[in-house]
Design a protein around this ligand. Structure first.
Ligand SMILES: [Zn+2]
Length: 81
């Protein structure tokens, strides 16, 4: 099952979404090296807004955070089903 982690980019203070996989029957997850939009690398992060959320949780939280979240990363949550 896919997992989502939202990280803040140090220089632009914009949030980008990272996709990963949940470990079997565990709340832990992996996350890709690059964000979904490929504009941010993990190492550019200065913190997480959330980690290891499922798709529904990620959508809700991103809607609350609003426009500081990257548009390309956000739209990915609405185009893949
Ligand atoms: Zn992005």
């Amino acid at each position: 099952m896919k997992s989502y982690t939202l990280k803040r980019r140090k220089d632009t203070e914009e949030y980008h979404l990272f996709e990963g996989e949940f470990a079997n029957n565990s709340p832990n997850c992996s996350s890709d090296q690059l964000s979904i939009c490929k504009k941010m690398n993990k190492i550019e992060s200065d913190g997480n807004a959330f980690t290891c959320f499922n798709e529904d949780q990620a959508r809700k939280r991103i809607a609350e955070i609003g426009r500081q979240v990257c548009g390309v990363c956000t739209s990915h949550l609405y185009t893949t089903y």
